[in-house]
Design a protein around this ligand. Structure first.
Ligand code: ADQ
Length: 457
């Protein structure tokens, strides 16, 4: 069995994993696997070797960033160029040359440190947009093992991509991987369209692309959860925190401009204006801990939401009813599962989102006999899978979203059950183990097909 080497920005803790990518990958790492990630410690002089950490079921190693790299590689190129680019907000991009330089340099440095740790049969799985050029750098160092990449966020269309003045270089980075995994079919199609614009690129059959004699397989692998485990957690979780007198609509997001929170708040305000009979009968619980606060766009969204929720509460609250409860803190997973289960409506309305696992968790947490209703943006990757059961909305259309909330609140039990059943089937059928295996199988196949063929004679 070949060893799996995972690279991601966040290094998992050594204690019991509490969800997300670690749970998804831990089975594949059980045979002596290695996980490389950011130590989250800033240093003046970066070491030239990875630091080994004790504890956990697999080996964990980390790298440090300097203060400058944190600013230019992490907050800069990763979160002020690639993140807005991939979420259709090229207007928020800060294209500074030092950001790109730092991104190249950090990936090069990490590649060197990883290459020293590699063994002949290893498979390398790079996670997310912080490390797009890592495969290229590893190849430059002569690494020949399979290297796969998974992008957790959407792939930009050709128009947005054209806003990068170094698009050709990015295509070269992508082509250095054996497998370039994306969340949804729409991302695969965007990626192929972008490649079509690259100089010297050739589109081959079945999602394979060739650039300067490197061939990469592009395919979608919708990331998933363990629905049974999440359902168990939800069944055993406390529901304290919900307003007993009112039907709760729940929103759970990182505070990010891609999540469509202002539009969501406006739609809820619109619902209260259009349906005065709901006064005191409904409550919006929005949990949104701030992230990346050093980036200006994130401070702006925080201010906007505070104003909006204050305004809606000011206009509609009564002495014993608060229409919106807006919580800035992260909530532990068990608590979250209980809140999802107790909420009548799950409101997941991003303007752009790779997948959105909150949508899947909300469905998994429901009581199948009396389930709540999922309202889901058509721009979440999850909509490609859950379109049969969710109420699909356009998050830019405030009135449509308000009407969907009203429909969800009034939906008869039979229809709720039917919709929930259909989504649950998708979650069980394509769970996180399925996701992992699909990716790793495709990685092996793609790498095999690029190896020089043995002469049968
Ligand atoms: P995120 O943008 O963080 O992830 P999402 O998939 O919704 O988005 O959430 C990831 C996890 O964080 C979920 O397990 C969720 O429960 C948790 N979470 C979110 N908000 C929380 C909160 N307020 N408090 C506590 N926990 C919270 C990126 C992409 C997504 C993609 C994931 C995984 O942007 O599109 O689905 O990676 O690939």
């Amino acid at each position: 069995m070949s060893r799996l080497v995972v690279v991601s920005n966040r290094l998992p803790s050594g204690s019991t994993p509490s969800g997300g990518l670690v749970v998804a990958l831990q089975d594949a790492l059980a045979d002596g696997g290695l996980w490389v990630g950011n130590s989250n410690k800033l240093t003046d002089t970066p070491a030239d070797r990875l630091t080994r950490h004790e504890g956990g079921k697999f080996t964990r190693m980390s790298f440090d960033l300097t203060e400058e790299e944190q600013r230019d590689f992490y907050l800069g190129y990763s979160n002020s160029v690639l993140w807005p680019l991939c979420h259709d907000r090229v207007d928020l991009m800060e294209l500074l040359p030092q950001y790109l330089e730092s991104y190249r340099a950090v990936n090069k440095r990490i590649a060197k440190m990883i290459a020293r740790e590699l063994q002949p049969g290893d498979r390398i799985w790079v996670q997310d947009y912080h490390f797009l050029s890592l495969g290229h750098e590893l190849r430059q160092l002569g690494v020949t093992q399979p290297i796969g990449f998974f992008l957790h966020i959407p792939f930009p269309g050709p128009n947005a991509f054209a806003a990068l003045s170094h698009g050709q270089e990015v295509c070269r980075w992508i082509a250095a991987f054996d497998l370039f995994g994306l969340q949804a079919r729409r991302d695969v199609s965007a990626c192929l369209q972008v490649f079509r614009t690259a100089k010297g690129a050739e589109l081959l059959l079945n999602g394979r692309m060739k650039l300067e004699d490197k061939i990469v397989q592009v395919a979608s692998f919708p990331i998933a959860i363990d629905p049974e485990e999440f359902a168990r957690t939800a069944r055993n979780a406390p529901t304290a925190g919900l307003d007993d007198a009112a039907a709760t609509i729940i929103g759970v997001d990182r505070l990010d401009y891609s999540k469509g929170l202002p539009q969501r708040f406006r739609a809820y305000g619109h619902l209260l204006d259009a349906h005065p009979e709901l006064s005191g009968q409904v409550a919006l619980l929005q949990i949104a801990p701030p992230t990346r606060e050093a980036v200006k766009a994130y401070q702006d969204i925080r201010d906007e939401l505070e104003q909006l929720s204050g305004h809606i509460n000011g206009a509609h609250a009564t002495l014993d009813w608060t229409p919106i409860r807006y919580i800035h803190r992260s909530v532990p997973r068990e608590r979250l599962a209980g809140l999802y289960r107790g909420a009548r409506v799950g409101l997941v309305t991003p303007l752009a989102d790779g997948m959105n696992l909150v949508a899947k968790e909300y469905v998994a947490a429901q009581d199948a006999d009396d389930p709540g209703v999922l309202i889901l943006s058509k721009f979440a990757g999850a909509a490609e899978q859950l379109f049969n059961g969710a109420l699909i909305v356009n998050p830019h259309d405030i009135a449509e979203m308000a009407e969907a909330m009203n429909q969800a609140l009034n939906m008869p039990l039979g229809e709720r059950r039917e919709r929930h059943q259909s989504m649950r089937r998708v979650l069980l059928d394509k769970d996180v183990a399925w996701w992992r295996e699909q990716f790793l199988t495709a990685l092996s196949a793609s790498w095999q097909s690029s190896q020089p063929q043995m002469d049968p004679a």
